[in-house]
Design a protein around this ligand. Structure first.
Ligand code: XMP
Length: 310
């Protein structure tokens, strides 16, 4: 595939479709939305409004970090604080699909709807890739970012048209495009992170406290496995508890699962063989998080498991 030609085609197509209107896009800092931001910005300049919606479900320090990286590229990103709205929508929910729907609806109709009205945007640029579409259409999982493929008309439901310039690429293709566009390795090589973010890594209810636990565990796993060259690594907070010992006392504590996989595009995955010493180090660090007294390593390939837990 000629990626340079692909880039030019997408820039031209965005420019032609949007015309003199305004477009908006939400940047998460993942490689998909980052590539879309650069393509959109090249096509539309300041007629593309890029926002980073802080839903309180992101990794540690992520919102500020992403805004800073794009400022360095000359692309202004507006940071939108929607933490309370997302946590409110997730309150009391434990069913995986209900949690995903709550994130989708809060994102598209509430927060985005408001931003679209404020900016007068008629178009939304979105980083949907081919794998998202295939898995959603196959009914394996409702991805956060698929609307048209499910027969939902965003113009009718939410008041804007969605453009998906990456919908013919898989993750490896997006990374190649990112590199050609000059995105730094931190972005171009970044491991995948799901749209509903840490909500997919908390089994059971998403609360402020549980988010802090999984956010801390995620930071540890990413730091320890950053050089592993694995496709993806993550931490999950289970809804179960187990007995343990802390400060010579019995403690009924939380359980964190560490998952690390090899894959090309996340459609199938095998488990990474992590050296025992490394696993021990991760376990020691994770069980020093407040209230966590057990750390497990997930040995399940995909299938039968999926990558995320929700
Ligand atoms: P699963 O859990 O379905 O994940 O095996 C496959 C890959 O997709 C990511 N993932 C998502 N990405 N929105 C996204 O943008 C989502 O709703 C979503 N759910 C899962 C996951 O991290 C893995 O790389």
């Amino acid at each position: 595939m000629d990626y340079k030609a692909f880039i030019q085609e997408q820039i031209n197509s965005i420019r032609e479709t949007v015309g003199d209107s305004i477009a908006i896009n939400a940047l998460s800092g993942g490689v998909d939305s980052s590539v879309v931001t650069v393509l959109g910005h090249r096509g539309l300049g300041d007629r593309l409004k890029t926002v980073f919606i802080d839903n309180d479900l992101m990794r540690k320090g992520e919102p500020e970090r992403v805004v800073k990286i794009f400022a360095g590229l000359g692309i202004p990103v507006q940071l939108v604080d929607a933490k309370a709205e997302f946590l409110g929508a997730l309150k009391g929910l434990t069913d995986p699909e209900e949690k995903r729907n709550a994130v989708t609806n809060t994102f598209y109709s509430k927060v985005f709807g408001r931003l679209v009205r404020e900016t007068g945007a008629k178009f939304l640029l979105h980083g949907t890739i081919l794998t998202d579409i295939e898995e959603t259409v196959a009914g394996i999982k409702r991805q956060h970012n698929i609307l048209a493929q499910l027969g939902i008309d965003p113009e009718k439901e939410y008041g804007y048209k969605v453009l998906e310039p990456l919908q013919t690429l898989r993750k490896d293709g997006v990374r190649k495009v990112a590199k050609i566009l000059g995105l730094q390795a931190e972005i171009a090589k970044r491991i995948p992170f799901p749209g509903p973010a840490l909500a997919t890594r908390i089994v059971g209810e998403v609360t402020k406290e549980r988010l802090e636990t999984v956010r801390e565990a995620t930071a540890i796993v990413e730091e320890e496995l950053g050089k592993s060259r694995a496709f993806q690594y993550l931490a999950v907070l289970l809804n179960d508890k187990a007995t343990g010992i802390r400060d010579n006392k019995r403690e009924f504590g939380q359980i964190v699962v560490v998952r690390c996989i090899n894959s090309v595009d996340a459609r199938i995955a095998t488990v990474t063989k992590i050296p025992w010493d490394k696993l021990n180090r991760i376990s020691n660090r994770i069980t020093s998080i407040k209230g966590v007294n057990r750390c497990l390593y997930d040995l399940t390939p995909k299938p039968p498991a999926t990558v995320e837990y929700v």
